[in-house]
Unconditional design. Sequence first.
Length: 175
Amino acid sequence: MTSFDKQRIIEVVLYILNKTGGIDYYHLFKILYFANQRSLVEWGQLMITDKFCALPHGPVPTELYNTIKGQQSVLPDMKKDIHVVDYYLLPKRESDADYLSKYDIEVLDECISKYGKMNFAELEKTSHTNCWEKARRQKGPHVIDPGEIARDGGASDGLIKYINESIEFNEAFGN
């Protein structure tokens, strides 16, 4: 993950927090998951490069979760940008618009509108998709394959192949 990718995650989170006035991290994670899925299906690219893991209550962006919990993470320290109170996150500043495209904002706004007000049970049911179930059956870390996230969003086999090859290429060359 590049330094730009790391900061982008923080800026996307700040955008969501400012738009909602603050949100619990369960809702935040689901908004990010579905925004990522839509970006994969529509553009063949991840909106944020954090790996999602299939935890018992649904997909969770691993590095962001570790950072929020105060555990070791590759993300920058968020304490200067985000106030964490138990399960709730509040913004300390506006997001830097240089990290977000018009498309990102459109998708995030739609995901906030759709998933931001769902109750816990609805979100859990909505996010327990085929790729989540498949990852839960794996031994070791339950990382959800981005291609499978896209498949659950309706992506074609050709697009899934492109997504997987792009991610492999970026990981191989440190992008």
